[in-house]
Design a protein around this ligand. Structure first.
Ligand code: GLU
Length: 459
């Protein structure tokens, strides 16, 4: 793939929130552009005036910013190029590459039924393609029509040079005469998308292989207009966890939803960059991943999304997060959290909310998890009385000496010894090492929690 002067783009239609599939497309194009010192543009394909909404434009910007996918140049809006699209269509029509089609929906449905009954594919019959230009001109004054591209032919082929698949050739006999402009004058996807790529100087288009046939039409269209088509790469689609097409039902999330769930943006980048890409090193930050990123290594077959993998990255990154970044996140769920607390619990968090299990470390009065209370009740009043006595006598000597003293006084050992102590001090049945907890709480903190637990199990 030639990589001098790379310009890629992310071209969302602002008709909904960004989902995982959009993230992947944006990310791959961004990685490729940035890796080669090229440009990454954002183009809103907003020609569907009814469905395009300002709130989605805002949401897409916000999601890209959150992910750190920075853009070059000014934002592009497809609707601003309407005159260029009409010009292109005019040129195609003048040269006989596009024609008006007056066939009604009813007629087309009958054509399709007839084709099906003969075991033929549901292609347009070409009925209006052979109308004399003067007749088409006259009918256009009072009849509804669409514009079609005159692609279908008995001979010849259209070749899409695909970076993953090599040259994919489409016999024109298998291609249709696609509609490029509807009866209300609006354009379908094919023409504006391709013409804008040419006008915006897009050198490379990385997109899902559901666009492969579109690319055949677009290559044909661009060549008739005298443009050089971009270099295409069609990667395998991203599927839901269950192997079906990504949709809300198969577990696709919007970026907004993941952000609201507290996900670290880098976790999404890590999981997504590795997805369907061979040979990515396990230990690598985004810059290192970018260095390893080779579009040729992307899978041409479909890949499945895995939530577990996403959250595994989240946990891993959470454990490595500088305390200055961790603390504000902790304080969002536990306002009293401080830096020492953050250090203490960091390695025990899979998600930020897990810190709530340890709220007793900050506040003796905090409610106890049910399983913790059960452990304490099983240990009983006498155990805690002994633990308090041992603490007063041996606490200064540290965790080990204290535990030994309780063991000697009560006969408790192993889990039966450690678990009630863990629960009393931290409020949870799992968590940081006891010696660290003892150190964090200090002598007064430890005693306060023991007294409190003693009172609770007596009550
Ligand atoms: N607006 C198109 C889409 O959202 C862009 C496809 C492309 O990347 O060319 O599917």
């Amino acid at each position: 793939m030639p990589t001098n002067k790379v310009t890629t783009r992310f071209a969302p239609s602002p008709t909904g929130l960004m989902h995982l599939g959009n993230v992947r497309t944006a990310l791959l194009n961004w990685l490729f552009a940035r890796k080669h010192g090229g440009r990454f543009l954002l183009r809103f394909e907003d020609t569907d005036a009814d469905r395009s909404q300002a709130q989605y434009i805002e949401a897409i910007r916000r999601d890209l910013d959150w992910l750190g996918l920075d853009r070059d140049g000014t934002e592009l809006f497809q609707s601003a190029h309407a005159d260029k699209h009409s010009q292109a269509l005019g040129q195609l029509a003048k040269e006989g590459f596009a024609y008006r089609c007056f066939c009604s929906e009813h007629q087309l449905a009958m054509d399709r039924r007839l084709a099906a009954s003969r075991g033929l594919p549901p292609r347009y019959t070409g009925r209006c393609r052979v109308l004399p230009a003067s007749e088409a001109e006259t009918r256009a004054a009072n009849e509804a029509f669409v514009w079609r591209l005159a692609v279908h032919d008995d001979a010849g082929e259209v070749v899409v040079h695909d970076t993953l698949r090599g040259d994919v050739s489409f016999a024109r006999r298998d291609l249709d005469d696609p509609v490029v402009s509807r009866s209300d004058g609006s354009f379908t996807f094919l023409l504006p998308n391709a013409v804008d790529d040419a006008l915006d100087g897009i050198s490379h288009v990385l997109r899902g292989d559901d666009h492969l046939t579109n690319s055949a039409y677009q290559v044909w269209l661009l060549l008739q207009l005298g443009h050089v088509p971009p270099v295409y790469l069609h990667h395998g689609l991203l599927l839901g966890e269950d192997g079906s097409k990504l949709s809300k039902r198969s577990g696709s999330h919007s970026v907004a939803e993941l952000r609201d769930a507290g996900l670290l943006a880098e976790a999404l980048l890590q999981a997504m960059t590795r997805l369907g890409h061979a040979n990515m090193p396990e230990d690598a930050d985004i810059a290192a991943l970018m260095a390893h990123f080779e579009p040729q290594h992307l899978s041409a077959s479909a890949v499945r999304w895995q939530d577990d993998e996403l959250w595994r990255w989240h946990t891993r990154l959470l454990h490595a997060l500088p305390v200055a970044q961790l603390l504000p996140r902790l304080q969002a769920v536990l306002p009293d959290a401080n830096a020492d607390f953050a250090h203490l619990v960091q390695g025990n968090l899979q998600r930020i909310e897990d810190a709530l299990h340890y709220r007793r470390l900050l506040d003796v009065q905090a409610a106890l998890d049910a399983d913790a209370l059960l452990v304490a009740q099983e240990a009983g009043e006498d155990f805690y009385a002994a633990a308090i006595g041992a603490w007063q006598a041996h606490g200064e000597a540290g965790w080990k000496a204290w535990a030994e003293a309780i063991k000697a006084a009560t006969g408790a050992k192993g889990r039966g010894l450690f678990m009630p102590l863990r629960v009393a001090l931290s409020g949870a049945t799992h968590g940081p090492e006891m010696s660290h907890i003892v150190e964090f709480l200090g002598p007064l903190g430890v005693e306060a929690r023991l007294q409190d637990m003693h009172a609770r199990v007596r009550a």
